[in-house]
Design a protein around this ligand. Structure first.
Ligand SMILES: [Zn+2]
Ligand SMILES: [Zn+2]
Length: 275
């Protein structure tokens, strides 16, 4: 099917990404024939939250938000005849930090066009936090911390459920990011149980709230994952339930805009929000 937009794109405002500038993504998108993109930079983590990754580079800095939005707005105007540009965030849902997350959303919600809500951080039993998708080595430490691979999966899916149910105010993102991100290292650390039922439960929560799903191709290119977020069978269920699947490459470089879009299963209907 013809896909008109890539709705999950990062920028140089993300400290763990590349230095490719927003305009390079815009030009790449135009070259690829897209009609629309969404910049969804990692929103700053809550001020009182300590980023658990070594370089503390999981998200953009709060002091950069205004320039991110204004650079995006300039491009929006400059390229308005060629490309619909949405400015937005990929917002972390962090259990226990809902109030600060809501505060951020209330501050910037009116200035943005699009947003994704994602779980990357898991709370441990001693109330510290780990970043789920940082590296395969870190994932192995997380398994030790939680006791088993399956315990990590359970904690992850519970946290995603909390994210869907959370009250984050009127600007809460309504698209759930990479709903099976916990599978990023599954070829190295496979769980014993199958979590399809858990994911389908999450889809029902998504449906109840009329939210949408990130149909994210990035997992295809992760050494220990090699599948999309979510995989085909879950996309099919989403289609059956009438949940919109929004295509996104999760690009952190301009050259990967639309990467993997040829690999969406031909039976799946993707939404073309063209927001
Ligand atoms: Zn990122
Ligand atoms: Zn993400």
């Amino acid at each position: 099917m013809q896909i008109n937009g890539d709705y999950h794109i990062h920028t140089n405002y993300c400290p763990h990404g590349s230095s490719d500038r927003m305009e390079e993504y815009v030009q790449a998108a135009i070259k690829k024939g897209l009609n629309a993109i969404s910049f969804t930079e990692h929103a700053p983590l809550p001020p009182s939250f300590t980023d658990p990754v070594p370089k503390k580079d999981s998200a953009m800095r709060l002091e950069d938000v205004e320039s991110y939005i204004s650079e995006g707005n300039k491009l929006k105007e400059q390229y308005k005849d060629k490309l619909k540009i949405n400015i937005g965030f990929e917002v972390d849902y962090i259990k226990g930090f809902e109030a600060e997350t809501m505060e951020f959303l209330n501050q910037f919600g009116e200035e943005i066009d699009d947003a994704i809500l994602s779980v990357h951080m898991l709370q441990t039993s001693d109330n510290s936090y780990v970043c789920l998708d940082y590296s395969v080595e870190a994932f192995s430490e997380i398994i030790t911390l939680f006791g088993s691979v399956d315990a990590v999966y359970q904690a992850y899916f519970q946290t995603v459920a909390s994210s869907i149910n959370a009250d984050l105010g009127p600007f809460k993102p309504t698209r759930i990011g990479h709903i099976n991100l916990v599978e990023k290292f599954s070829k190295q650390y496979p769980p014993i149980n199958n979590y399809e039922k858990e994911i389908i439960k999450l889809l029902h929560l998504v449906k109840q709230r009329n939210y949408t799903l990130d149909a994210n191709t990035a997992g295809l290119y992760k050494e220990f994952c090699k599948k999309m977020y979510p995989p085909k069978n879950i996309m099919e269920t989403a289609n059956e339930l009438g949940i919109a699947l929004i295509p996104g490459s999760d690009s952190h470089t301009a050259k990967t805009v639309t990467r993997g879009f040829d690999n969406y299963p031909s039976t799946i209907i993707l939404a073309n929000p063209h927001k």
